[in-house]
Ligand binder design. Structure first.
Ligand code: ATR
Length: 260
């Protein structure tokens, strides 16, 4: 029986076990997937469990996506470029750190039929997933990316990684076609303070999918903007991890969409 884990802190609300176990069952695999709350000092031991073949694969979530990097043996190209790891496995005795958030986001954007190429994007939040978003947006041809975070220090390493991005003071607005909320504010039902009525026919995207419609998305929708939550991004990053671990591309159908 192969064992898989998602590690993070907090971890209670993670839907990864539900999704992965659903696909495991659908594909008749002998495996199970659990969540585990960790502290930073436990990272070393958990990696050792992969080395010892007690665990086959790990998904990594907040706040360990960057912290875990020194503990793996090798990063895939994408994980190296975004300096963020959300999927871990062993390959030929080496522990590999992979990133599927960036491609997950890209796949999710494709599904919305929105063209990023040539667009001005404003990102709110510089947490664990921000580098994956910026990387994908640059890949998709965004011409102008601005970033704002309450704690300005956290934007600095992102500016070093992606020198073309513009840093905006928290609470200030800048011109955009698409605004991307990558903060965790929506989880607590809090609102991004902004001038919602000023915007029309723009694209409001929230990486949060629970609640499905954050106050930020409600604000965008009220003034006739296109909106989208992070559900598809979550499902696609999981699909990519599943493919890496099991060699099977699991289906994303209505049943899966209703599950999350
Ligand atoms: P981490 O920052 O540990 O990687 P995260 O969940 O990936 O955690 O990111 C949380 C994001 O939401 C951060 O951008 C955070 O801003 P800070 O860097 O200033 O902490 C943002 N965030 C959380 N609560 C917020 C609040 N009340 N107001 C503004 N931004 C908030």
């Amino acid at each position: 029986m192969k064992k898989f884990l998602v590690i993070g802190n907090p971890i209670e609300h993670s839907l990864s076990p539900k999704l992965h176990n659903y696909w495991i069952e659908k594909n008749n695999l002998k495996a199970f997937y659990e969540k585990r709350k960790l502290n930073e000092e436990d990272i070393k031991n958990i990696i050792q469990e992969i080395r010892n073949n007690n665990i086959t694969g790990i998904n990594v979530t907040v706040p360990f996506k960057k912290l875990i990097i020194p503990f793996v043996d090798e990063l895939t190209d994408e994980a190296k470029q975004v300096q963020s790891v959300n999927t871990i496995y062993k390959k030929e005795d080496k522990i590999i750190g992979e990133n599927t958030d960036a491609r997950g986001f890209q796949e999710a954007i494709k599904m919305t039929n929105y063209t990023i190429k040539g667009k001005k994007i404003f990102i709110l939040g510089a947490g664990g997933v921000a580098s994956s978003l910026i990387y994908s947006l640059i890949n998709m041809g965004a011409t102008n990316i601005s970033l704002s975070n309450r704690t300005i220090e956290k934007t600095k390493y992102l500016k070093e990684m992606f020198p073309s991005i513009k840093i905006i003071q928290w609470g200030k607005e800048t011109d955009f076609d698409m605004i991307l909320n990558a903060t965790s504010l929506g989880l607590e039902n809090e609102t991004i303070q902004m001038n919602y009525q000023k915007h029309k026919s723009k694209f409001f995207y929230d990486i949060i999918y629970n609640p499905p419609k954050t106050n930020f998305l409600k604000g965008g929708e009220k003034f006739k903007n296109k909106i989208e939550n992070g559900k598809l991004m979550f499902i696609f990053q999981a699909q990519l991890a599943f493919k890496i671990w099991h060699g099977i591309n699991p289906k994303i159908d209505k049943e899966v969409l209703d599950l999350i």
